[in-house]
Design a protein around this ligand. Structure first.
Ligand code: GDP
Ligand code: ZN
Length: 459
């Protein structure tokens, strides 16, 4: 347990009118009680109770704030320490003042994520859950928040633990094989089992990585570029998307720079529209910098909205744009359907291939809904609402999953090439360790310890 008491402003997610100063640590109750003027002595009240009263500034003896104070004694708290939450309904100035007062009384200003860190250190949550909390703090939309909440629930941890168990059993079988080589068919069985288990775990990890892509989008927003020839309606489209949907401005506190980002929430998908100024510059992007270079720029986008003019014939520039976005996620928009048709729609279909084509008359607010449907379907084709899927949304986890996949791949190749099974086992063990790092487990327990405790393979 930590010795000092930390404090921070922790305004609830959803940002209501209430602001909260939260304290955690051995002196949390004492500090709050020193400042508190009410009917109760907070050091004597029952745990998990709320108390109304006033906060008195100890230097001026004046009433600083009207508050509700929640007293929660460890270990039944998030950090497992004594936790006090001081609720006040004032704005930023009053909550800041409140924070100053508790710091004055001996609390220390918490570092970003320190409450979560304590929860982890005190065994309340595992590493992936701790990271989920951090994601939750940064979550941009409701969907993103659900993902983080699920992970915090320990769903990812459970899934990873299951995969590790599968690998563990495989290794155990191989151990038996090595120990009892006199049984002839054991080796063949080991190989069979190794192949089918590694394949199974491999595809599970692949699935997680696929969802990680969606998780990233939810967390960071879908980097979206609007491209097209001059005058096709790119700026109009941007404005329509921003106006129909509340643009979300998020401030992420606790980062070194105070990041302010603008997002448009399309059916729960946070769209990060590549900066408005940039869009104007992309108008002649292909002309100016050539197909290769512009491809590079576009490759950094998760989604490209390619706008064409219904009232105009397809031009060479349009063709160039199609070339430039080859292999990327694209929605084709044929705008200005209120004009007389000059565009060859068959040709557009041919160029678009499998991609969605949406017709719009942005000036008359036609087709925007269909476009928004297309955007949300492109990325979340039903999957995200499935409810009980586990999502990975953390860079460290993704890295480890990719490495796991790689070492499983090595194992599979080894089996196919008839490598000695104890060599193949090294790769499987490595995968087990990598997966363990996701939930912060490998450091404490070695695979051998696990084998001994679970399978009693005493040698
Ligand atoms: P950009 O150069 O691609 O950004 O195109 P703008 O958004 O600036 O639009 C160019 C012109 O087309 C403006 O005068 C718009 O009002 C007009 N415009 C945009 N959408 C439509 C549409 O659906 N129909 C018609 N007739 N005009 C449109
Ligand atoms: Zn424009």
């Amino acid at each position: 347990m930590e010795k000092d008491t930390i404090a921070a402003i922790s305004t609830p997610i959803g940002e209501g009118a209430i602001a909260i100063v939260r304290l955690s640590g051995p002196d949390a109750v004492e500090i709050a009680n020193t400042l508190f003027d009410g009917n109760d002595d907070l050091t004597k009240v029952d745990s998990h109770t709320i108390h109304y009263g006033k906060i008195i500034d100890p230097t001026t003896k004046e009433v600083a704030e009207e508050v509700m104070i929640t007293v929660m004694r460890g270990p039944r708290t998030f950090t497992r320490e004594d936790v006090v939450e001081i609720n006040c309904h004032g704005g930023l100035a009053s909550v800041n003042r409140l924070l100053e007062l508790v710091l004055f009384e001996g609390a220390r200003l918490a570092e970003p994520g320190e409450f979560t860190k304590r929860a982890f250190l005190n065994g309340r949550i595992d590493l992936s859950q701790a990271e989920a909390v951090m994601d939750l703090i940064r979550a941009k939309t409701d969907k993103a928040m659900n993902v983080a909440l699920k992970q915090m629930d320990g769903r990812l941890s459970k899934l990873i633990q299951n995969l590790r168990q599968e690998l563990l059993e495989t290794v155990a079988h191989v151990e038996v094989n090595i120990d009892y080589p006199e049984y002839d068919d054991v080796e063949e069985m080991s190989n069979q089992m190794m192949i089918s288990k590694t394949k199974q775990v491999y595809s599970e990890i692949e699935r997680l990585l696929q969802m990680a892509k969606q998780g990233k989008i939810l967390r960071e927003g879908l980097a979206t570029a609007i491209i097209g020839r001059p005058n096709v309606g790119k700026s109009s489209l941007l404005n329509a998307l921003v106006h129909e949907n509340k643009a979300i401005v998020t401030e992420i506190p606790g980062t070194t720079r105070d990041v302010i980002e603008e997002y448009v929430n399309i059916r729960g998908v946070p769209l990060r529209l590549v900066d408005t100024a940039g869009i104007r510059e992309t108008e002649d992007i292909v002309e100016k910098i050539g197909v290769d270079k512009s491809r590079q720029v576009l490759k950094e986008s998760d989604l490209i909205l390619l706008v064409l003019n219904y009232g105009d014939e397809l031009t060479k520039e349009d063709m160039h744009l199609f070339e430039a976005v080859e292999g990327l996620e694209v929605i084709v928009i044929v705008n200005k359907t209120d004009l007389n048709q000059k565009i060859d729609l068959d040709k557009v279909k041919q160029l678009a291939g499998q991609r969605s084509i949406i017709t719009t008359a942005i000036i008359e607010e036609q087709g925007i809904d269909e476009l928004e449907d297309a955007i949300s379907h492109t990325f979340f084709a039903g999957e995200l609402d499935a409810g009980d899927l586990t999502y990975v949304s953390n860079v460290r986890h993704i890295q480890l999953l990719k490495q796991s996949l790689q070492s499983l791949d090595d194992a599979m190749i080894g089996i196919e090439e008839g490598m000695p099974i104890d060599l193949v086992q090294i790769d499987v063990t490595r995968t087990w360790e990598l997966l363990g790092e996701i939930i912060g487990d490998t450091v404490q327990e070695s695979l051998i310890d696990q084998l001994f405790s679970q399978f009693c393979l005493g040698k």
